[in-house]
Design a protein around this ligand. Structure first.
Ligand code: HPA
Length: 246
């Protein structure tokens, strides 16, 4: 059985060092996942990779079929998911691009996304605990692997999930900072909540690729983000190789 799935975000549509064994097209009661699941080996361990925005990065954050992605991963028997998310930095200490963060909390500002497996069709009102939205054991394993590899990771932080695809206004970021958010991204929810509903262990590695709106001089620069995505995702690959098997 495959032990871990990696959901790649912006800048991580493929895992360079993954020795691919097969691609699996999946269908779920919720439709098709963002792409075929890519099965392979990373450092001798079986891994499944799924690019959240599609193979060619064409699906925007609000149109991702989060339910199909999480359902497909569960269906093949995977129990652990590492989600990779590009983020903007909000609070002091979280502003340096290419820094990796392993968040420990989430605030959800998204709307209109299919966010639960437990709608009325489920025919039973079901609530899940979400006090600790990320799996503490997996977070610890990621942080320890980073430490072993001599990588500086930020241990914890609150991820604010916004709707996108536009970036935020400076006032929205100030509000998020008052709410206690350290970083902001567009894909953290409903993914984490859906993973919890299906009982998956789920943790995120967030890569800071820009200071959030109003946290640096001038506008957010897409070319700067592209540059930092490249360096940041190279660091994510290094961390994943150090961490797997989790
Ligand atoms: N805001 C929202 N999502 C993001 C950002 C940001 O500043 N940077 C990368 N993803």
């Amino acid at each position: 059985m495959t032990a871990v799935a990696i959901i790649g975000g912006s800048g991580l549509t493929q895992l360079k060092d993954l020795k691919i064994t097969r691609r699996e097209v999946m269908r779920t009661p919720y439709g098709e996942p963002s792409a075929p699941l890519v099965h392979g080996e990373l450092g001798g361990s079986e891994v499944v990779f799924l690019p959240r925005h599609g193979q060619s990065h064409t699906i925007p954050p609000h149109d991702i079929n989060y339910r199909a992605n999480i359902w497909a991963i569960r269906q093949i028997g995977v129990e652990c998911v590492v989600a990779v998310n590009a983020v903007g930095g909000i609070s002091p200490g979280y502003l340096t691009p290419t820094t990796l963060v392993v968040p420990d909390q989430i605030v959800d500002y998204t709307w209109g996304r299919a966010h639960t497996f437990f709608g009325s069709e489920h025919r039973k009102v079901t609530h899940v605990d979400f006090t600790e939205p990320y799996c503490p054991g997996m977070r610890r394993a990621l942080l320890e692997a980073g430490r072993r590899a001599g990588m500086a990771l930020l241990e914890g932080g609150t991820y604010g999930a916004t709707q996108g695809p536009r970036f935020e206004s400076a006032a929205e970021i100030r509000r998020m900072e008052r709410d206690g958010c350290d970083v902001v991204g567009m894909t953290g929810m409903p993914e984490a909540g859906l993973a919890r509903e299906l009982g998956l262990c789920y943790a995120s590695v967030a890569v800071i690729v820009n200071p959030a709106a109003g946290k640096a001089q001038g506008e957010i620069s897409l070319s700067e983000i592209d540059k930092y995505l490249k360096t940041g995702m190279a660091r994510v690959r290094e961390l994943l190789e150090a961490a797997i098997p989790l």
